[in-house]
Every structure is written in C-alpha cells, then in structure tokens.
Design a protein around this ligand. Structure first.
Ligand SMILES: NC(=O)NCCC(=O)O
Ligand SMILES: [Zn+2]
Length: 503
C-alpha cells in the first residue's frame, strides 16, 4: 500500500537511518556469487565482504538463505505516454511504485518529441518525471528529420544525458519513419556515439494487413495479431540490421517478439555485427490464444505491438535468451485500463497498444528462466540489470553489488512464492495480463537509493525522491568501430588513378 501523501508507514529506523547492513545472504553479481554482507551508507554500497561489523544504530537486515542482487533495470517503459488518442494510465509515480514492489529500481523511459521537437519533448518528460520515486533515465524517439532535429540530437547527447534514440518503423501516419530517415538517424547516432534502437515492423504492410482484416469483417482483438504477422517483424528487423551494417553503426532491436526477428539477429551476430536483441516479458511467457478470448476486455488487454505470437515463439525466445542471442529483458510497460482499451470495441485498430510488466518482470524471468534451468542466478542478474547498465553506460554505478555502486538492491527469497493479481498490484490499471499467475521466488525487500522502499509487502515511497541518471555516449559496442571503418575504406581500393590521354 502507498499512503495518500505518498509517504509510507515504515518504522522510524528505516526512515531515519541511512546505514543498512544486509547480513549473511548470497550476493549475486553478473560474474560471480558469494556469501557476504553488504554495508550501505548514504545511498551507496560501502563494503561487500563476509562478517562486516557495524556500530549500534545501524539497521541490520538478515538475508540468510536468500539472494542479494542488484535491483532490476528495465530498459523499455512508457510512463505517462500520450499514445493512440489517450495517455497511459501509469505515470512516473504509480509505474515506479509498481516497479519497486517487484524489485526493479531503475527504468529508462522513451521521451516522445512534441510535433517533432526533441527539446519540447524533453521538457515535457522532465515535468512528468517530477513525480519519480526511483531513479530513471531517458531514451528519445525520433519522429521527423531536418537540421534542427540533427542539432537537437547533439544537444540531447552532449548536454542532457541521453545516449539512445528510437526509430519506429511501424505506426504509419503517426510515429513511423522512412528508410531515408532511418539512414540519417543511424549516421547521426554513430557520429554522437549514441545507440540507435528500432521498433521493427513494416508499417506500410501492417496498414495493408489491417485493411485486409476489416474487409474480411474481423474487427476484434484477434484482428490485431492477424494483421501484423511475424513475417512483417522479420522483414523490418532484417532491413534495420542491413541498414545499420551499411552505416556500420550498432543497433538495438526493442521488443523482439518472433522467431523471425530473433533469427535475423542471430544471423547478423554470427556475421560479426553489433546487434542487440531485447525480448520483453510478455513475448517470453504469453501466447496469442488470449487474443481469441470471447470476452472483449480480456482479449483487448493483451493487444500490444508487435503482437504476442503463437505458441512456440515464446519458447524460442527463451532459448535465445539462454544462449545469449538475446541479451537483456525489458517490459515495454505501456498500460491502458479497460475503459481505454474499449475505445476499440468495434475496431481493433483503435485499441491502445500496450501491456503491463514493470512489477512482474523480475518474478516472471526468475520463474520462467531460472526455475526451468535455462539461466543461472548470475545470468538472471545479467539479463535483468547488469547488461542494461553496461549498454547504457552507467555500469558499475548501476547493475552491481560492489563498493561504490548505488545502493539499489533486492533481497530475493528463492523458496517463497509470488502471486500476481490485478486486485493487489500497484499499477493504476484495473487489469493485468499476468493476472492469476503464481510461481517460485519472491522479492522480499527492495532498497533503492539506499532506502528500504519495499518490505513486509508494504511500499514506503515518496514522489520526487527519484533521481535522473545521465547516461554518457560511446558504450562498449563502439569499441573498435573506427578500425572497422578504416578496413571498409581500405577495402574500397578507390579512387583509381586513371591515365587521361587528353591531359
Ligand atoms: N508496444 C506497444 O504496444 N506499445 C508501446 C509503444 C511501442 O513501444 O510500440
Ligand atoms: Zn514499440
């Protein structure tokens, strides 16, 4: 529960003491795990080793038999996003409160430009984010192209701490960009050391597919899946990858939902290209049968893009996550309540696209991937936290339990059980796409910025307490890119000096 003022009810020791000792747990980082204590003071991890002794007055939390891990970092969220004629029901407070209850302590949200203006979009999101109760960063979408946009991209990277730009290849007539724009964007990203991200679906073909379904009289949520099949995701993924190869720029594919897209990524990686694939929880654990549910509200809550795919795709994505083809898990948390989803009661094209996941991601990834033996605990930390911190250049400040890192920590009990319910979740939505699910493992304590914000099933969160995390350019994918450019120029064997007999 969150009290009305937003200030929680935890005991005074929690609120006042900035010193916490987490005793006797198994500390899990992406590269190793060990039994150790973790000492936190003033928002920072000060020491990690066995048998730390502390003075009286320090809050001691017993983690014996439990895992002590970096808080989750969600690379893909849409809070307070204006989209498809409405605004997501979770803002920067409710979405982040939900995240903290589920063990995620930082997220990166997508700034949407205002009429193409990056600076206006940035200002709007700075306002929205004033409600924050945990740390956050920004990616930024690019929706049009001109010299001003190019200049503003530079300002965003050099002055505003944004190091990634997203290009929507779908949503014709609103967010969709052309190949020409994507090429300009890739070149600009490369020159700034920023990471280009794509929503990969062929928007023109989706538009055609939607018309086809309406003409066939298929107007319900199942029409959403039928109108944008995996082949359109595979095509756009392949196109984006090839254009990135042509420019020699790193590329990040958001919400990989199909075997078709995943196989394109695997092929490019095998050829040595720097392509990152991000599955989202819905794509890993759900299948599209839900879109055929006879109850509109039930079916509509699963409408997102690219669509949740037929049985088999999720399993293949899980396997690709376990073998490293797919690198980190996001949520694409973009929630609309059942009233908003009902805008499309007569026409699936009007159902606002998006599902929840911020509160559920850590539990579902553990249960699906670790309990099934597909990932180890260290892998779990890598795909839910560390890889994101590395890609967006904030490691080891984030994504690690080590001296000097921010004190964003979870205590996870692998022997407990989680239950998901729309009645008890912390999102403002009245529905939850994982409603009724249970599984093994439970985030019992979340510490964000050195404060215990989730304990005994209670949230203790304050709007305005979250910090903006500035993210510098030139992440590890840029290492060696200049050599590759040099090799490319050499390989041209040009220009050729030709003898001109007229001179
Ligand atoms: N994914 C989705 O359905 N909604 C959010 C916008 C986007 O990421 O495409
Ligand atoms: Zn998208």
């Amino acid at each position: 529960q969150i009290c009305e003022s937003g200030i929680g009810y935890c005991d005074s020791v929690n609120v006042i003491s900035s010193k916490i000792l987490i005793k006797g747990g198994t500390v899990v980082n992406a590269d190793r795990q060990e039994v150790a204590d973790v000492y936190v003071d003033d928002g920072v991890i000060v020491d990690v080793r066995p048998n730390i002794k502390v003075a009286d007055g320090v809050r001691v939390v017993d983690a014996t038999g439990k895992f002590v891990m970096p808080g989750g970092i969600d690379p893909h969220t849409h809070l307070a996003m204006e989209f498809m004629g409405t605004e997501t029901i979770d803002n920067f407070f409710s979405g982040q409160a939900a995240a903290l209850a589920g063990g995620t302590t930082m997220h990166i949200d997508f700034v949407i430009p205002v009429k193409g203006s990056l600076s206006k979009g940035y200002e709007a999101y700075v306002e929205k984010a004033k409600l924050s109760c945990m740390d956050y960063g920004f990616h930024m979408a690019i929706t049009k192209w001109d010299d001003t946009v190019a200049k503003e991209m530079e300002i965003m990277v050099k002055e505003k701490g944004i190091n990634s730009f997203k290009f929507f290849m779908a949503y014709k007539g609103s967010l969709m960009i052309s190949d020409e724009l994507l090429l300009e964007g890739l070149k600009k990203c490369k020159s700034l050391g920023a990471l280009a991200m794509v929503h990969a679906e062929n928007g023109d073909a989706v538009f055609e597919g939607q018309k086809r379904m309406i003409e066939l009289g298929i107007t319900g949520p199942e029409g959403h899946a039928l109108s944008r099949p995996p082949v359109l995701e595979g095509e756009a993924t392949a196109r984006a990858i090839r254009l990135a190869a042509f420019v020699n720029a790193p590329l990040y594919i958001v919400h990989v939902m199909s075997i078709d897209a995943m196989e394109e990524i695997a092929r490019a990686q095998k050829a040595g290209q720097n392509v990152i694939g991000e599955p989202v929880v819905s794509g890993l654990v759900l299948d599209d049968s839900v879109l055929w549910d006879p109850d509109f509200v039930t079916a509509a809550k699963f409408v997102m893009s690219p669509p949740i795919r037929a049985l088999g795709h999720g399993k293949a994505l899980q396997a690709a996550l376990s073998t490293g083809i797919l690198k980190l898990v996001g949520t694409d948390h973009c929630t609309f309540n059942s009233t908003q989803k009902s805008f499309g009661i007569d026409d699936f094209r009007k159902i606002p696209n998006g599902v929840n996941g911020l509160e559920e991601r850590m539990h579902l990834v553990w249960d699906t991937m670790v309990e099934s033996g597909q990932l180890s605990a260290t892998d779990f930390v890598r795909v839910t936290s560390t890889e994101c911190a590395k890609l967006f250049n904030i490691y080891p400040r984030k994504g690690a339990i080590r001296a000097g890192s921010d004190a964003d920590i979870i205590i996870f009990n692998p022997n407990s059980t989680f239950h998901i319910s729309a009645n008890s979740h912390h999102s403002k939505s009245d529905t939850n796409v994982y409603d009724g699910r249970s599984g093994k493992g439970k985030v019992e304590v979340t510490i964000a910025g050195g404060k215990i914000v989730w304990e005994n099933e209670e949230l203790n969160v304050v709007p305005g307490s979250g910090k903006y995390i500035s993210m510098p350019p030139f992440n590890y994918l840029y290492h060696g890119i200049d050599k590759a450019d040099e090799n490319y120029l050499t390989s041209l064997k040009a220009p050729v000096n030709r003898f001109n007999p007229s001179i």
